[in-house]
Write a protein that binds this ligand. Sequence first.
Ligand SMILES: Cc1cc2nc3c(=O)[nH]c(=O)nc-3n(C[C@H](O)[C@H](O)[C@H](O)COP(=O)(O)O)c2cc1C
Length: 364
Amino acid sequence: MRLWFTLERDGFLRKSRKIDHINNALSTPDQAEAGFKDVQMLHQSLPEVNWNEIDTTYKFLGKQLAAPLMINAMTGGHPGLKEINRNLAWAAKETGTAIALGSQKAALDDESVVNTYTVVREENPDGIVIANLSAACTLGEANRAVEMVRADAIQLHVNAPQEMAMTEGDRDFRGIMENITSLVQRLDVPVLIKEVGFGMSMETVHKMHKTGARIIDVSGRGGTNFIAIEEGRLAKNDNKYIGDISGWGISTVASLVEVKELHLPLEIVASGGVRTSYDIAKSIALGASVAGISRPFLQTLIENGREELYNHIQQLIEGLKKIMLMSGSVDILHLQQVPLVIGGETASWLKTRGIDISKFARKS
Ligand SMILES: Cc1cc2nc3c(=O)[nH]c(=O)nc-3n(C[C@H](O)[C@H](O)[C@H](O)COP(=O)(O)O)c2cc1C
């Protein structure tokens, strides 16, 4: 795996922005703190649970997952990325997890790269496959993206900070709410509104709920840092500096608690710096339905191949099962009820925002 990727990476693919994103994503460290270190789950000394009966499965978008986990949106759109998508899709199928595609805009503009996305459905015919486009897309574009892969849902990404970090990025974000509202009404599949690593406040999610969207991926600060990635691209390609905005965003944990505070009928995906089984378990107990991971899965695939990606995902699920036992949770519904103690910087953010975090520590 490493060999073919290196050969292709060093050859004709280098100019592509998608390839730059992958190269820079792999070499740019995570942003400081998704907030998971500020959260502890309550240990249960009397679990009364049998390991063999622990059920990690979860129903999402009408299909059963082996665990509440997804390979989140990353790639497609360049011939050299087809194999990456094929292998991500294979790992999703083999582990029973969901997979989201990278933005399909490239395939809408250039027919020749459609197969870098359709390979995901070919490889994973029955699993959950989620399409991806900007929230500024048209209805026609969204329908084509969904049909292209017979998607179970579509992610509409919102990424103003990333656009700000790109010299060629969008600068006019007016009308997005109206556009999302119209897409939610007219599309035949569920819509997920998704950040790309900058998190969401309760005010933002309240507005999103008004569009009719019922699934939100908070994709918070603390993992892949798109401002730093774009900064790296600019410095390398154009010798330009975009300014010191790389700490921008709301952490994933703070975002999850902010959304939970709204008490709205929303399904939440936790992503952005989710790295361990414990992070997944904490996300679920904070109110998420599913956790999404991007960069670490890509890194494992590129550096060690698809079998290792399979092992990586299986180890996360195995670790989740251990945490379920130690917290006395026989299934995901019980895991959602496990009390959590929130401290540190995340607690002070949430208190300053007027949120009572003691209710997490004493769930009944
Ligand atoms: C190489 C790469 C490409 C990405 N491309 C997209 C994209 O096309 N659309 C999107 O919504 N998010 C995209 N993302 C963002 C991820 O889906 C996710 O929100 C973010 O990386 C935070 O998760 P992580 O910390 O686990 O990487 C990309 C992430 C990476 C690493």
